[in-house]
Design a protein. Structure first.
Length: 78
């Protein structure tokens, strides 16, 4: 029997997920470039997440954060 944790969507947790995404993509790039293993980093997804990261940190958005964070979470977990 497995245990699942309930994650509430908020900006801080989303920024933490984005940081984990950066680390994962960097590892993929290093494995591909240095050891010729794997498929490498997904540059298009990286650019998308980088723009979302910039928006979350720098811009004040007057939107429904819950729906926005759900879309980001789905993008990160694809």
């Amino acid at each position: 029997m497995s245990t699942q944790s309930i994650k509430f969507l908020n900006v801080k947790d989303t920024l933490d997920e984005i940081d984990e995404f950066y680390i994962c993509e960097a590892d993929k790039l290093i494995y591909k470039e240095d050891y010729d293993l794997g498929v490498g980093a997904d540059i298009n997804k990286f650019a998308l997440i980088q723009n979302i990261d910039r928006i979350l940190i720098e811009e004040c958005l007057d939107i429904d954060y819950h729906k926005f964070l759900e879309k980001i979470n789905l993008t990160l977990n694809i």
